[in-house]
Design a protein around this ligand. Structure first.
Ligand code: BT5
Length: 269
């Protein structure tokens, strides 16, 4: 049997994929600094939308605000997708939500494990992060935004693969389910789900994405703290709007909308 840790080959994924857009071209590497950087380079070289880059390991995987994203070899899925969405700028926030949703749906299909979503782009399993998403955009000479959609999924890590500092916040499918999974099979499923939700997005089915996301939302109607730069708000997380923004009812009864920020569910710290 093929080892769970063997690097994924592009042709093995392509053979199983029946997408029209996402993954029609796949570039697979043993090691990269960051798959998002590779996508950016491909975008500058006019690569078509839907190109996917995967790396078995990343030496400088990153999260938001340049935080470190641990990406050891043979254990997880580290990938990025090139998107060139031709929609209103104001709707781009929905892309991180639909991407998290696609990951959650593919994990459910492949493993039977139900995950939850934390705004804007985390996938949680038993309150710990099993997947993180990083979207970086670049607009080229006034043309529509070009996005590097980066997805990191912890698949087969053991507890020792996570440093002490994040062990209580990070998890893998293996740690929660007690069995290893084929990363190639999961990747195919992620790309199928991404295609499905991205096409829904392009076809204006934003309400469907919004409601599906909220069904999996971990902090719906919960008390949360949101930090956005110098702004700190505390209140009930009521819903997200059609652009993917948070609607928060503060404890003073004021309704606030936020496009970005760091959410902490109160009472769980
Ligand atoms: C994220 O950032 O969650 C986005 C992570 C995106 C990673 C993918 S992998 C493919 C592509 N290429 C890249 O270079 N990046 C993308 P953020 O919400 O800022 O969370 C970062 C925080 O998560 C870190 O500060 C750590 O506390 C924690 N962390 C680091 N590595 C982790 C891991 N493997 N699993 C869970 N948590 C981790």
């Amino acid at each position: 049997m093929r080892s769970f840790e063997a690097p994924i080959a592009a042709d093995e994924i392509q053979a199983l994929l029946h997408n029209k857009l996402i993954g029609t071209k796949i570039f697979a590497f043993n090691q990269l600094s960051s798959t998002n950087d590779s996508i950016r380079r491909l975008a500058r070289n006019h690569e078509a939308e839907g190109a996917v880059v995967i790396a078995d390991a990343q030496t400088r995987g990153r999260g938001r605000h340049r935080r470190e994203w641990l990406s050891p070899p043979g254990k997880g899925l580290w990938l990025s997708v090139l998107l060139r969405p031709t929609v209103y700028q104001s709707r781009l926030g929905l892309i991180s939500l639909l991407s998290a949703l696609a990951v959650a749906e593919s994990i459910a299909k492949e493993t039977g494990i139900e995950t939850q979503l934390k705004w804007p782009n985390d996938v949680l399993l038993n309150s710990k992060k099993v997947c993180g998403i990083l979207i970086e955009s670049e607009s080229q000479n006034g043309s529509p935004a070009c996005l590097s959609l980066g997805i990191g999924i912890n698949v087969n890590q053991t507890a020792n693969d996570f440093p002490e500092a994040i062990r209580n916040r990070a998890t893998s499918l293996f740690l929660e389910a007690g069995r290893r999974y084929s990363r190639a099979q999961l990747l195919v499923s992620v790309l199928h789900e991404l295609e499905k939700f991205y096409q829904l997005f392009l076809n204006g089915r934003h309400e469907l994405i919004r409601t599906a996301w909220m069904k999996r939302c971990v902090h719906l109607n919960q008390q949360v703290k949101i930090v956005c730069g110098n702004l700190i708000l505390v209140g009930a997380f009521e819903e997200i709007d059609r652009a993917g923004e948070i609607i928060l009812r503060t404890n003073e009864g004021e309704v606030r909308r936020l496009q970005a920020g760091e959410v902490t569910q109160l009472g769980l710290d």
